[in-house]
Design a protein around this ligand. Structure first.
Ligand SMILES: [Zn+2]
Ligand SMILES: [Zn+2]
Length: 342
């Protein structure tokens, strides 16, 4: 496995990429506003100031929002699990979490609090069987590099050399990972950038064609630069945004969508830590899909106005996610069957 880049190389690469991203947004905005809208609409032989104002206003909003979202991504940590305080106990399989020997992170409907996306204390409610993604032998998923137990949906990023909560993918354009805490900002960034590209492309092409064909305006080479970049933003980034919109609606990360290895789910029947079964699931099982609206809110937040703004982190620490009822009971039935056969 290749060594991850040194912190110095990573920092320099990050600065260059940030310069490129902000530079592309600002430079294309300059061409669009001054060389296209002002030159061909507002200061033309037959000026159309209202149309020019509308085009400039929307493009400016899209560029402004894309820049803010990009800034939010690069200054937001995606979230990481904490290191284990008692590593030897984890390795020997005997570590103890406060009152029980349950896995460190588990989902149990009676203990799970949707408003905080975390578990209530064990004594507050009877524990129904608890589910957690585990190794095939039932041991917790452990990262030897980060020395931590990996919560469900956490993966180790070899580029960042860190475990990332609800990791979606490593993104070269932010020189870091997209995960639990910055996924919303990433989605908004690609959405606003894609909208900007589409807006620019659809409005600039007719303006340029009409100017050259009907008014004998000479070709400005910077129009070509704008149209090429707007095409990339409008087609590629917009496609990316649509794909991620779909992922959000079905509550699936990019890694989970590309995974070819089904998960093993450990089902603890009580808090002893010994009475459990490991169920082999299938790739078609979608544990985290809890309905389109709840899936959407789990990433974008409760309030519709906040859906469009790079504000609010998602609720919860990103360490426990509710299984949908269908998957929970299917896995539970399978575990009971296995248990009865012993
Ligand atoms: Zn790790
Ligand atoms: Zn990464």
């Amino acid at each position: 496995m290749a060594n991850p880049p040194s912190p110095f190389v990573k920092a320099i690469t990050g600065l260059i990429l940030q310069f490129v991203v902000y530079g592309l947004l600002v430079y294309t905005w300059y061409i669009y506003v001054f060389r296209i809208c002002v030159a061909l609409l507002i200061q033309s032989e037959y000026p159309n100031i209202p149309a020019g104002a509308v085009l400039i206003t929307f493009a400016t909003i899209f560029v402004f929002m894309a820049s803010i979202c990009y800034t939010r991504i690069i200054y937001s940590d995606p979230g990481h699990p904490e290191q284990m305080p008692n590593l030897q106990a984890v390795e020997s399989g005997t570590y103890q979490e406060s009152q029980s020997l349950l896995p460190r992170y588990f989902y149990s409907p009676s203990l799970f609090d949707k408003t905080t996306m975390s578990n209530r204390p064990l004594q507050d409610a009877p524990m129904l069987p608890a589910l957690s993604i585990s190794e095939p032998n039932g041991m917790p998923r452990f990262c030897n590099i980060c020395q931590c137990v990996k919560p469900d949906r956490t993966h180790h990023c070899s580029d960042c050399n860190l475990c990332v909560l609800k990791m979606d993918h490593h993104c070269p354009w932010i020189n870091g990972c997209v995960g639990h805490r910055n996924y919303k900002f990433f989605f908004l960034f690609v959405s606003y950038t894609g909208l900007y590209g589409l807006w620019g492309l659809c409005s600039a092409i007719p303006l340029v064609v009409i100017a050259m064909r009907d008014h004998n305006v000479t070709l400005d080479p910077q129009w070509i630069v704008f149209l090429v970049i707007a095409f990339v933003f409008g087609m590629t980034v917009c496609g990316f945004s649509l794909a991620h919109g779909q992922y959000i609606l079905v509550n699936r990360t990019t890694i989970e969508s590309l995974s070819t290895r089904p998960d093993h789910v450990r089902v603890d029947f009580d808090t002893s830590g010994h009475n459990y079964e490991v169920v082999n699931t299938s790739l078609h099982d979608r544990f985290w899909n809890v309905g389109k609206m709840d899936n959407w809110k789990s990433v974008m937040g409760e309030h519709p106005i906040g859906w469009f703004l790079p504000v609010y982190y998602p609720v919860g620490e990103g360490k426990i996610f509710p299984f949908n009822d269908l998957s929970y009971h299917k896995i539970l039935d399978q575990a009971k069957q296995q248990n009865d056969m012993i």
